[in-house]
Write a protein that binds this ligand. Sequence first.
Ligand code: ACO
Length: 336
Amino acid sequence: MKRPIAYIAGTGYAVPRRAVTNDDLAKNGLDTNDAWIRDRTGIGQRYVSDPDETLTHLSAAASRIAMADAGVSAGEIDVIVLGTATPDHLLPATAVEVQAALGAGRAMAFDLGAACSGWLYSAQVAEGLIATGMAKTVLVIGAEVLSTIVDWTDRNTCVLFGDGAGATIIRSVKTLPKGDTRERGILSSYGRSDGNLYDLLWRPAGGVAEPFSDKVYEERRQYVRMEGREVFKHAVRSMADATDRALDMAKLTPADIDLVIPHQANMRIIEATAKHAGIDMSRFFVNVERFGNTSAASIPIALADARSQGLVPEGTLVLFAAFGAGFTWGSLIVRF
Ligand code: ACO
């Protein structure tokens, strides 16, 4: 096996103060109910930001926890990559606002747009920057305030999503303690996209192709639209493909994997992915019941949550698999 060169040194997450249960949605006039949402998605509640809980605020809060966990100071961060589909401003990138909030004065900071695959793609960019020697310490964040871009009158979509941020510190393996020669870090990495399917999950208006206008607001075209059944089909197929490919590349089999941390899209997608990938559900970490689908934030939140429950001790072999709008998908195998 090739010696890994980048590893995950710290994790953290932050969510808004306010949890909104399925019953809250129904009470607020949406034609839905707890039983339907739980049965179809496994979601019980999601966190929703108040105006002061911006993407920068949540990202910086998660990052401070990850930095403390890794023992990394702001001045040591070379690069900040923020995977998101919900930046605070259209210009500049939110990553630079996070940089300023953290005081990470030496860092290069930028956003990465890959929807729900945002953290996974960002981790792959970090791995590449570390491999070239351009960076030693990268802050990789996945964060979303999806509550601002979902249509709260559309029960097909709004019940699925939640807000939050997850952060990870990815470092060069050279920073391992002296004498520690174990194989750990990123063992394999796989990513793909298919732009032919961009309009199965998208925001039609608000960009350059269809700028904001009275008509856009009237037709609610600034909000997320999704063909749920098509998305389901592609999500399962793509995450199973990503799982197989990462295993092949690392010369591992499903039996070698201790824990799978998939994008927390919804319970049914995760269960179908487990079946296609041939990995028992008991090895999947799932927390979608508490957080909903937080898109780019879902994997780093799940990782930090799993670690806080003691489920990722040293040596654990973890497979991450993501799928998102675009479509985008990919996987990582990491030894902790
Ligand atoms: N509450 C109550 N009823 C609802 C709700 C709701 N929130 N939403 C839809 N329904 C109704 C529909 O209107 C429909 O009613 P009808 O038969 O009278 O027309 C009925 O429930 C069934 O609707 P379907 O869309 O057929 O339901 P389905 O079983 O396909 O489940 C779901 C819908 C959960 C969205 C499913 O298609 C799915 O999981 N798709 C994947 C989408 C997803 O998770 N996207 C996340 C983003 S992608 C990502 O993260 C990568």
